[in-house]
Structures are given as C-alpha cells and as structure tokens.
Design a binder for this molecule. Sequence first.
Ligand SMILES: Nc1ncnc2c1ncn2[C@@H]1O[C@H](COP(=O)(O)OP(=O)(O)O)[C@@H](O)[C@H]1O
Ligand SMILES: [Mg+2]
Length: 471
Amino acid sequence: MRSEETPPTKGRLRRTIRALTNSLRAQLFAWVVLTLIGAICVNLYLSFRTADATAKLVTDRTLLASARVIAEAVRVDASGTVQSDIPPAALEMFDTGYGDRVFYQVVTAWGNLVAGFPDMSRPKRDMIGEDRTFRSDGVRMLMLSHPVVGLDQDGTISVAVAVTHNSQYAMRRRLWLSDFTKQLALVLIAGLVTILGLQRGLSPVLRLRDAVRERGRQRLDPLEPDMVQSELRPLVHALNDHMERVQNQMAAQRRFVSNAAHQLRTPLALISTQASVAARETDDRNRDEALAALRSSTRHVTRLASQLLTLSRAEPGSRRPRNDTIDLADTARQVLQTLAEEALRRNIDLGLEADETPVRVEGDGTMLREMLVNLVDNALRYTQPDGRVTVGVGREGDTALLWVEDNGPGIPEAERGQVFERFYRIMGTEPEGSGLGLAIVREVVDGAGGSVTLADAVGGGLLVSVRLPAV
Ligand SMILES: Nc1ncnc2c1ncn2[C@@H]1O[C@H](COP(=O)(O)OP(=O)(O)O)[C@@H](O)[C@H]1O
Ligand SMILES: [Mg+2]
C-alpha cells in the first residue's frame, strides 16, 4: 500500500520554513523585525497614554477657567438673594468646532440651586477633572468652590461645569498620531540601519561560502583569511588546516596506489614468464622446477594482495570499528599454533610467556590478531634457522603489554622509524616480503589507542613491544 503523500505545496512550504529557520541571515532578520514590532507596540501604547493625559489636562484647564468665569458672575443683591448672570464667554470657550455640549450648575454651600441643571451630580473633589455620564452622554466634569462676598453663613458657592468628549478625543487623536508617527519614523530608520548593518556584516560570510562552494573537487589551496572579519578568521584557518590534511591524505593515497600497482606488476610479470617457460619445457624435471617457481611467485602475489587488503581494513574509517573484548594471551596462543609449522620447518624455538590470568583489551579482534601474526611472522622470517622467538603477554598497571623477541639480526636504530612506513624494507633484506607488515602493525595499534616500540633484545635480535589500554 502506498502511504499518503503530502501535497507538493505543503512539502515546499515546510522546506522553505526549514531553510529559513536554518539560515543565520533569516534568524538575525527575524530577531530585528520582531524587536521592531515589539518596540512599535510599546510605543503605540505609551504615546496613547501621553496623548490621553495631555488632552484631559487641557480640557480640565478649560473647565476650570469656565467655572471661574461663572463663579465671578455670582452676586448677592441688596435683599440677600444670590444671583448669577452667566456670561456667554464662559460657555463659548468650549466652542471648538466639534459640536460639544456644555452643562453647568451653581449651588450654594447649603445646597440651593442658583443656576444651571438641577439634576447634575457633582464631583467629590474640588478642581479635579472626572469622567462621568450626564443624561446618557459621556462628559468631562470639574467643580470649583468659590467665596462670594455678602453671603452669610458659609460664604462659598460651588460651580460644576461638564463638557462632552468630542473635542477632548479629537485632541487626543491628533496628539497621539503626531507623536506616534515621529517615533515610528525613528524606529523604522533604526531598523533599516540595523538590517543594512547585518547585510554588510554577513556579506563576508556569504563570500566565504561562495568561495568554498565554487571550488572544484581538486582545488584545495588555502583560502584568504583576510576576506572575513577577525572573529571568523579562526574558522578560515581551521578550514585551511583541514584542506591541507585532505591534500596530504590524497597525496599519500596516490602514492600508495602507485606503489601497490608497482609491487604487483613485477611478480605478475615474473609469473607470466615462468608460465611460458613451464609450457615450453619438455623435460619433466625442468618443468616441475618451473612450476614450483611459479607456485612460489603466486604465493608471494597472493600474500601481497592479502596484506594490501588487511592494511586497507586497518585504516581508520575503512570499516565500522568493532569493540570486542579479547584476551591477548588467548590470541597469542592461537597465533602461535597457526605458525608452529613454519617455526618447525625453520627449526626455530617458538615459545610463549604468559600467565593463566587473561589480559583483556578492547578493539577489533580480527585486526589485533592480524597484528600479532605480522610480528611473529617477521620474527620467524628474519631469524636464522635454529634461532629463538618468544612471545610474551603481561600487564603493567592499566596497560596490557605484548612483546615479540627474537635473536635475529635486529633493526639498526637509524631504520627503526622508517620500517613502519608502507612498502619500506631494509636494503639487502633477503627473505621476500612486501614491506607492509609493520605498517599494518602500526595502523592496528593506533586504531586501538596503543603504542608500539622497537628495541634491542638482550643478547642481540629485535624486541617489539606493544602497549594497549587494558580493560
Ligand atoms: N624481527 C625482525 N628482525 C629483523 N628485521 C626485521 C624484523 N621485522 C622487520 N624487520 C625489517 O623491517 C622491514 C619491514 O618489515 P615489514 O614491514 O614486516 O615488511 P616485510 O616483512 O614484508 O619486509 C623488513 O624488510 C625487515 O628488514
Ligand atoms: Mg613482514
């Protein structure tokens, strides 16, 4: 059954979103834009509050002025009656073209209505504006207590004036808009400058990306560190280091392939000649000799090929590293068993020095075994007949120790570094070989996190010591 496919547009959208969230530029821009939007919202709110407070203040001032004019007009006549003659100017000051309506009320301290609307409720406090509702209209209202000459008892009257909100709201809108546009312009300019700065700041990174991307597979020459800012130069240096390593590795690989081909060509040419000789030979004895030589050459090529294969397997990254726990003493016993015949043939005394206690190490079991085979094979190969080869296994604290000692010719100190190189053989070495054995040993030991050293054995010969972390 086919699983349900996502519609192409949905998939594309998801890809785009993923590309954006992965992009440094998009992320930085998103942060700037989000900050800008946040700043604009806060600014919107704050400038509204300021505009509202200012509009209220201005309205209250006008209300106070109007109340004062009304209060000034209150008189007490000769008969003691309180009279008020509201001057038109007191109400005209609200005539700002927004169609506001004005209400007022004048009462004496003992509650007698002198003028105005009887049903107006008055604010609790003097000279402080309040938002109220009067006859289903929202109004701004203010009250003023004022002394009147000639009044007996408590000689004050109180004047309350209220005005509908039209003019106040219009003023608030105007103030808000002008304040907001000014701040908006500032925020936008700051945002644009930031985005431009980001663009400029990021452009070297993008240039670096393009420079790396443009390079073909073969171009590994260093990048110019000056093309990016100082903070990014370590990255360019690291890239350059990496490319240099790759370059060296590629060169080594090329050398290895050409060496290997060369090493294989010579014995293969020999095999071809030997085969022709054997085919031409009529004498049985001579033909048997030619065939024996052919077999020996074939063995040599086969061994060379298998050594090449082992070396390529021992290289880091060539296969998934195995983490076996193996007993070195047990491995040594097995290896000695397989090589016992060869030792017997050359009449070499091949022995093992190991306790019963296991010496465990972690690593690739097959490769560790291959390493030991190569060491013992060398010892058997380069030690003269009737010689002695000893393999030892032991522990030194946290280190597992494996050594192979022989009483052969040994390796001169000057050569000890080079013999680990691939295809390197000491000049004049008689028994045939490939020069890969010790290279395999080093590769395996490195892979297992250990070390290998060459030294003189007591009484001549070579002592190879391998140290591995024990478990
Ligand atoms: N046990 C040893 N005694 C003396 N010389 C040795 C011994 N092991 C290695 N060598 C020298 O080191 C060289 C490199 O060894 P190796 O890498 O195993 O290659 P190969 O054995 O195929 O020549 C050998 O050619 C030999 O000259
Ligand atoms: Mg060898």
